[in-house]
Design a protein around this ligand. Structure first.
Ligand code: HEM
Length: 722
């Protein structure tokens, strides 16, 4: 059981649903009376006591909820004098059960019924405002802040700590992944971030590049194996991770494979190595059941997020009211929660081992440098001197729990210092105040945070890029031309070259704009505040005012920052905001509204401020490497019959499912073929046979687009990612 530090949260106001003080005071009073008037020695009375207290508490909660819901309804609908009376609000559900339950469920069923990005964009259009209000559970007002200036105000350096994540979300995440960088708040977060952020420097990310290529190349080898194994359609799945639908749609040397499955595997391998020097070797293993225990645990944890239902959300919401924490104890936990609890124990066990091995490895490094006498007195600068590639012991550690033997040619390459190693070394510095040091528990939290936050996000970003490119041969042609120009006959390019490729940069940015893996974040105000907006928006009809350019936020109020809506906002991107156009990123095409928005790189994909993505530099490099190598090697096509059935599913991360194939769950089935002119490789990238295989003398052939000036000679200017 993880303890959640609540110090970042202000005390709830009297009218907050399920006020803990009221609930607690009444429960104590009732208990005292029960104890006074009965003897708990009798089992029957003890049972009555145990049953009665929850019933009484529930009744109190329901009474408090009814009063505060009625109060909200009265002030907003009858008196029209609540602090948000002027902010437009979308219509509730019509004529359905959800309409009857509006007072309990608010607009949430509407948001969960369809793609929330589209629902929010539709509401913004109908209300003619990117700032509006919808109702959460028990009519709680939630302000939707799709105004970039407002969102940056909330998430920026000055205010981010006044707007922590809501308790229920945090409790849920802590139960899953422990209390690390993702979940900590206030001073706990400041401390974690101070130690962790310096591990993600440009120098560190540069040193990860060989590992990113190594794992991408393993994926290429595995996919080529799948292509070679495909003789034609089959009634039953015959490739790893394949669904029966994909098996049926496969053709000779052109299988339909689930790229979500493969990208999930490869990004886990990448984060395993660069995150904490651990080789999952997941790409070379088949079904999840056959993975190493830690990989399997990470996989199950991610899947448990996928299946959250409305009831789960309501339950989490209720159980997070301090007076009702016992609800979690008495309601039978769904199977997936039990799974999640079991796997988080596995993660914890492995994390302890990894941390212990790392401590040992760092001490060996210090000894190898002859600095043992000074151990405990080494400052940060001196510890930074302790550099170089992984010691043999560290390499052995890396292999200890790997899923399978690594058969790749460059398995024994020198490995860069991993993120956890860097974090732990920084944590050992004698010049760090004791109060700033992370405990083993906090280190474990940072390990799981990096593992979970840095894995499916990058996989998802790449899945969406392939989905878009699979329907855009002209974009693929231009991109391949640029890739060939920059890579030449090499299998890799360095960090700087990777970031100098303008069209790759534009395609990556457009994917990060159009498909943000994390579509939104929710925050809860700890103080009353007034949030300034970048422009004036029309007020709700009948509110007595015409426009508003600020939003009053009350303590305890939730604010939604819809990263996806900001990215597709016509106010920022103009009338083509809803289209996928990489060329919009060329300096000459960038709209003034995007440039003036003030967002870093004109995007909120990684959020901003002290709670922005700490791993963004690594994520971008990983994304660019995956995309450029995969596109160089393979053609990806959508399966025509299913092209219109893709539905983005939002569960913290936005991933694709397909109508008619719901039982498969998250998947990205794409037809894959060897690209025409897939090249002869120098170095370690091996695959068997086929055009451009290791024995093929074929020089790359590129279908040049006459309208495209690519590569080094391109006059196009962009502000590149990285
Ligand atoms: C394309 C890939 C990625 C995207 C789009 C992404 C996006 C984000 C976003 C939006 C947040 C803020 C979430 C919130 O507070 O609600 C976040 C936080 C975080 N990300 Fe990423 N991320 C990506 C990849 C990575 C990678 C590769 C790593 C690690 C190697 C990573 C580590 C983290 C961590 C530790 C946090 C918590 C930061 C904090 O609260 O201080 N992310 N990410």
């Amino acid at each position: 059981m993880h303890f959640v530090d609540e110090s970042a949260y202000a005390k709830p106001s009297l009218l907050e649903v399920g006020n803990p003080f009221i609930a607690f005071a009444v429960a104590v009073a009732v208990s005292v009376r029960l104890i006074d008037h009965s003897s708990l020695a009798t089992p029957l009375l003890a049972l009555a006591y145990v049953t009665l207290v929850p019933i009484i508490l529930t009744s109190i909660f329901l009474a408090a909820a009814t009063i505060s819901t009625a109060y909200r309804w009265f002030t907003s609908r009858v008196l029209r004098n609540d602090p948000w009376h002027y902010i437009p609000e979308p219509k509730g559900p019509q004529g359905t059960l959800a309409a009857k339950l509006f007072a309990v469920l608010g607009h949430i069923p509407q948001l969960r019924a369809a793609d929330p990005t589209q629902t929010n964009l539709k509401w913004a259009k109908e209300l003619n405002s990117y700032v509006y209000l919808y109702r959460g559970f028990f009519l709680q007002p939630r302000v939707v802040m799709s105004d970039p200036k407002g969102a940056m105000y909330i998430m920026g350096q000055q205010r981010a700590y006044d707007y922590p994540k809501p308790r229920e979300l945090r409790r849920y995440l802590v139960a899953l992944i422990g209390d690390g960088l993702v979940t900590s708040e206030g001073d706990g977060h400041r401390k974690q971030r101070k130690i962790t952020a310096p591990a993600f420097t440009v120098a560190a990310v540069r040193s990860f590049i060989p590992a990113f290529y190594h794992h991408t190349n393993r994926l290429v080898t595995a996919l080529n194996r799948e292509i070679d194994a495909t003789e034609g359609p089959s009634d039953r799945p015959f490739l790893s991770g394949q669904s029966q639908y994909a098996a049926k749609a496969s053709r000779h040397l052109a299988p339909v494979v689930d790229m979500a499955y493969w990208l999930g595997k490869v990004t886990l391998d990448m984060i395993g190595e660069v995150g904490f020097g651990y080789d999952f070797n997941n790409v070379n293993l088949e079904e999840p059941g056959k993975q190493g225990q830690l990989a399997e645990a990470a996989y199950t944890l991610m899947r448990s997020l996928e299946t959250m239902t409305l009831i789960d959300f309501l339950r989490a919401y209720l159980a997070s009211r301090p007076g009702l924490f016992w609800l979690d104890k008495i309601l039978p936990a769904p199977q997936r929660h039990r799974n999640a609890a079991a796997v988080s124990e596995v993660v914890e066990r492995y994390s302890n081992e990894i941390i212990a091995k790392k401590k040992q490895a760092i001490e060996e490094e210090i000894a190898a440098m002859g600095l043992q006498a000074k151990k405990g007195a080494l400052g940060k600068a001196e510890l930074d001197e302790v550099i170089g590639s992984t010691t043999p012991q560290m390499a052995a550690t890396a292999q200890l729990h790997g899923g399978a033997n690594d058969t790749d040619a460059d398995a024994n390459r020198p490995r860069a210092k991993d993120l956890l190693h860097l974090v732990m070394r920084a944590n050992m510095a004698a010049d760090l105040k004791p109060s700033d040091k992370l405990s083993d528990d906090e280190l474990r939290g940072s390990l799981t945070s990096i593992l979970m936050a840095g894995h499916e996000t990058t996989a998802t970003q790449t899945i969406w890029a392939l989905w878009e490119l699979a329907a855009r041969p002209a974009v693929v042609r231009k991109l391949r031309e640029e890739i060939e120009d920059y890579f030449g006959m090499e299998t890799t390019v360095d960090y700087d070259t990777l970031h100098r490729m303008p069209y790759l940069d534009a395609v990556c940015k457009e994917t990060m704009r159009f498909w943000t893996p994390i579509a939104m974040t929710v925050r809860v105000a700890q103080k009353d505040d007034v949030v300034p907006l970048g422009k004036s928006y029309p007020c709700k009809a009948g509110s007595g005012s015409s426009t508003f350019n600020h939003v009053v936020v009350k303590k305890g109020q939730e604010v939604v920052i819809p990263i996806d809506v900001i990215s597709r906002s016509e106010d920022v991107w103009g009338p083509t905001a809803g289209e996928f156009i990489p060329e919009r990123w060329f300096e000459c095409n960038l709209p003034a509204t995007a440039k003036e928005s003030g967002m870093p790189l004109h995007l909120m994909t990684f959020l901003v401020g002290p709670r922005s993505c700490v791993g963004q530099r690594a994520a971008i490099a990983e994304f660019k490497i995956l995309l450029s190598v995969l596109l160089r090697e393979f053609d990806f096509e959508r399966v025509n019959e299913w092209a219109d059935n893709m539905q983005p599913k939002h569960n913290i991360i936005v991933r694709p499912i397909f109508r008619g194939q719901e039982e498969v769950g998250v998947q990205m089935p794409l037809r894959i073929k060897r690209a025409q002119g897939a090249r002869q490789r120098s170095g370690s990238l091996l695959f068997s046979g086929g055009v451009g295989g290791p024995d093929s003398p074929t020089k790359p052939t590129v279908n040049r687009d006459p309208n495209w000036t690519s590569g080094r000679s391109s006059p196009v200017k962009t502000t590149t990612l990285g």
